[in-house]
Design a binder for this molecule. Structure first.
Ligand code: SAH
Ligand code: SF4
Ligand code: F3S
Length: 469
């Protein structure tokens, strides 16, 4: 989901704001792993902790409390966290009383087992239990092991104003749903995040408006399946669909860009597509995970669409919005996948002409439907070879997509300096492509919209210069 680099692109990135200006008696340090929703949750956690006397710090040695907000989506994601935990041993030794907490999906999946397996951990808190963190910290402070992994049917943290961590001040994530009601057979999320629930529409619009007033220029609405957003106002008994919510957020200002992630191919409606067309500030980019190009495998995955149905959805998007870019998630080597199924995946990528893809090989997750029903029978070397073929196809497709942009004039929202040079700006197009261009004109600044002429590209980046410069 999302960008900002959605999913594992941001894994392992430290994610904490500088020591707060107000003086706190205690400090916490938080790192987030996994999807954008986890990063958004860390901002809710920061808010809860700041209201209870804990300031945030990005200097781990200053922290009284270290938190890892974890991901369980693939085995590797969990291994990364376990490795990170061992690195805290020395810190704990040097600073008696230092508490280490595991939050998020691994906490939910492993529950108190995590305390047995990882002796260093003092706190285990699932994604729906963050309001109880202050109590749990107190409990852990007395030497007890503190655990709360209760899932909720209605917790959305709607009333909590997230404290933006490590923000560029331009783009922010806003959660609109939690949990997932789909049962994709490979996926651990329904078990770690619980039932799907939609957040109060007023609180979402209010949060986005507040961000805009603070100078933010882009919001990304987050959910595992945003198109199934559905909120019923108990006072008026009227309901808000995702398309309506999107429109209400877009109406805040034409200079506030609106993005969303993730769209499930079975749920994205024409109504959403037409709302995207109606507002220039709704970005023309859809993340539409396909997972596999084989109808037989899709069925085993319980994705509830066929190859043809998926391709007709892509065609519909292109028909309504010819300039819309599309990205996908793909899993290589799911249970029973044959060479022919794999070829179907390669060919659906060609047919869909993805601008970008997030690609993984299948990692069996305990407790999922696939783990219960099917044998993880594709040898690792075959999974990896197929994944490499998928990566190669996408490399060509992304190159072709970038080539098509050469010569175009694109509108770019400037996010900050380019990673490689402070003499260059970095920003994104509506289609979510990264653009780098020389600063030259000193009057423009971060958060401005500028027109850039594209003249070249490197892997993953369009290169250009300001129009009329
Ligand atoms: N809600 C989103 C995806 C969330 S997980 C959706 O429905 O598309 C992000 C991606 O991780 C998935 O799209 C899938 O491609 C990948 N993924 C999930 N479980 C996986 C597993 N067990 N092994 C490998 N990749 C997996
Ligand atoms: Fe997982 Fe499927 Fe839900 Fe996405 S839609 S979170 S892949 S179960
Ligand atoms: Fe996200 Fe990973 Fe949990 S992808 S929902 S943090 S399992």
């Amino acid at each position: 989901m999302l960008n900002k680099e959605h999913n594992e692109a941001r894994q392992g990135e430290a994610f904490a704001s500088d020591v707060n200006k107000e003086s706190f008696s205690k400090y916490f340090y938080i790192e987030s792993y996994g999807c954008a929703m986890n990063f958004a949750d860390s901002e809710v956690v920061a808010s809860i902790l700041e209201n209870n006397g804990f300031g945030s710090t990005r200097q781990i040695e200053l922290a009284d409390l270290i938190l890892l907000n974890t991901c369980s989506i693939r085995e590797k994601a969990e291994q990364t966290v376990r490795k990170r935990l061992t690195e805290f041993r020395k810190l704990k030794h040097e600073k008696p009383g230092l508490l280490v907490g595991v939050l998020g999906c691994m906490a939910e999946r492993l529950k108190s087992k995590l305390l047995e397996e990882e002796k260093l951990v003092d706190l285990v808190v699932g994604p729906d239990a963050y309001r109880t963190l202050p109590d749990l910290i107190m409990e852990a402070g007395t030497g007890q092991k503190a655990v709360n992994v209760l899932l909720s049917r209605d917790e959305t943290y709607a009333d909590i104003a997230p404290v933006r961590l490590d923000s560029n001040g331009i783009s922010a994530f806003v959660s609109i749903t939690r949990g997932c009601n789909n049962m994709c057979s490979f996926c651990v999320v329904p078990f770690t995040r619980g039932r799907e629930r939609s957040r109060d529409a007023f609180s979402i619009v209010a949060e986005c408006r507040q961000l805009f007033e603070e100078g933010y220029k882009e919001v990304t609405l987050l959910g595992q399946n945003v198109d199934s957003y559905y909120w019923n106002n108990p006072e008026t008994n009227t309901s808000t669909t995702f398309a309506m919510l999107l429109e209400n957020v877009a109406l805040i200002s034409p200079t506030l860009r609106v993005r969303f992630s993730t769209s499930h191919p079975k749920d994205i409606t024409d109504e959403v597509l037409f709302t995207m067309v109606k507002y220039d500030n709704i970005c023309k980019y859809i993340h539409l995970p396909v997972q596999s190009g084989s109808t037989r495998v899709l069925q085993l995955m319980n994705r509830t669409y066929t190859r043809e149905w998926y391709l007709s959805k892509v065609a519909r998007i292109k028909e309504i919005m010819p300039t819309c870019s599309i990205s996908a998630d793909i899993i290589a080597g799911f249970c029973t996948e044959t060479e022919e199924d794999h070829q179907d995946t390669l060919s659906i990528m060609q047919a869909a002409q993805y601008d970008y893809c997030y690609m993984y090989f299948y990692s069996e997750r305990p407790g999922t439907l696939a783990a219960k029903r099917y044998i993880d029978d594709i040898p690792e070397e075959i999974k990896k070879r197929r994944l490499q073929e998928i990566v190669d196809v996408q490399w060509t497709l992304s190159n072709e997509s970038n080539k098509r942009d050469v010569g175009k004039i694109v509108e770019v929202l400037i996010e900050g300096d380019s990673k490689k040079s402070s003499q260059h700006w970095m920003g994104r197009t509506s289609q979510n492509k990264v653009v780098v261009f020389p600063k030259l004109n000193h009057t423009i600044k971060k958060g401005d919209y500028v027109e850039v002429v594209i003249h070249d590209f490197t892997k993953g980046t369009l290169l250009g210069e300001l129009k009329n410069n």
